[in-house]
Design a protein around this ligand. Structure first.
Ligand SMILES: NC(=O)c1ccc[n+]([C@@H]2O[C@H](COP(=O)([O-])OP(=O)(O)OC[C@H]3O[C@@H](n4cnc5c(N)ncnc54)[C@H](OP(=O)(O)O)[C@@H]3O)[C@@H](O)[C@H]2O)c1
Length: 280
């Protein structure tokens, strides 16, 4: 489980554990137990969001684990419908309250548009929300700030109007879904890409080409998916409520050859869409 103890360094010099644990759409006791299991397995990076409705359970699981807060990395996200400065500040404090924490490691704008208005234009609102995140960051209430589901146009909007370059963009990223244009822009500005749905919500695990490659390496398709994201310099956020899967998903201390990566890079795999438009 060596990878659970490794870190990426963000553009602001802060470190972030290389593998995070996803918590959507887990709720209630299932969310609580999954986070406890992940912490027991050695994960120290937990990804939640206001809209997941599980911040209270995440906070309780963290406290019950007795792991010191400073040893953990906690991310939450501003509800995608909030596009004003004042509401964004208030929502951040509500998240802190639900989590029972006095700071976050990372706070993200969940999406550039409300979920019920996908791909609509909220450039002004995103700049207003970003100003709020910048204030939160400057006050030391979040150690890093970022965006999620932002495509190149939406990223450029923040680059043009903000004073801080986002530290992270959390996007749907997995074998067969490379999001090349977004990835290139993020790399150019040293914005770390966090990979949500790194297993394609399970949809990549049955692809016969992925299954064959996993077999060749003597690993499960899930472990191959997580390793691939790491080989691409992105940060996987696998989610599971099965303790065996939780452990196995972080057991990725093996390497893929350049040829294998090229083969995986060439795949196109359609899985459930959460929001990120397919731009490739
Ligand atoms: N920013 C955003 O807009 C956004 C959107 C979506 C997700 N996310 C974040 O990213 C996290 C992960 O994404 P996701 O939940 O969509 O999908 P995912 O992690 O790609 O896949 C989760 C699914 O894979 C299964 N699974 C996990 N490990 C497995 C294994 N070793 N073998 C077989 N099946 C396995 C899980 O079932 P079991 O429980 O049975 O293992 C579950 O059905 C979320 O929880 C959330 O934190 C963010």
């Amino acid at each position: 489980m060596r990878l659970l103890e490794e870190y990426y360094t963000l553009s602001n010099g802060r470190t972030i554990p290389k593998i995070g644990f996803g918590t959507a759409p887990l709720k209630g006791e299932e969310a609580y137990q999954a986070v406890r299991d992940a912490l027991d397995a050695g994960y120290r990076h937990i990804d939640t969001a206001a809209i997941y409705g599980n911040e209270e359970e995440v906070g309780r699981a963290v406290r019950d684990s007795k792991i010191p807060r400073e040893k953990l990395y906690i991310t939450s996200k501003l509800d995608a419908s909030i596009k004003s400065y004042e509401h964004a500040i208030a929502a951040f404090h509500e998240s802190l309250k639900r989590l029972g924490m006095d700071y976050l490691d990372l706070y993200l704008i969940h999406a550039p548009w409300p979920w019920n208005e996908k791909f609509s234009d909220h450039k002004e609102g995103n700049v207003a929300a970003w100003r709020a995140l910048e204030k939160i960051y400057k006050e030391g209430l979040a150690n890093a700030i970022g965006i999620s589901n932002f495509d190149p146009d939406d990223i450029q909007n923040i680059l043009d109007s903000g004073t801080i370059v986002p530290h992270v963009n959390q996007i749907k990223y997995h074998i067969g879904h490379p999001q090349k244009a977004t990835r290139e822009l993020c790399d150019r500005h040293d914005i770390l890409v966090e990979a949500y749905s790194p297993l394609g919500r399970g949809g990549v695990l049955t692809d016969e080409r992925v299954v064959a490659m996993a077999k060749k390496h003597g690993v499960t398709p899930a472990r191959l998916c997580v390793r691939y994201v790491l080989e691409k310099g992105a940060l996987p956020l696998p989610r599971s409520s099965n303790p065996t899967h939780i452990k196995a998903n972080a057991d990725v201390d093996f390497t893929l050859s350049d040829k294998d990566i090229k083969t995986l890079d060439s795949l196109v795999i359609d899985t459930i869409e959460f929001g990120t438009p397919k731009k490739d």
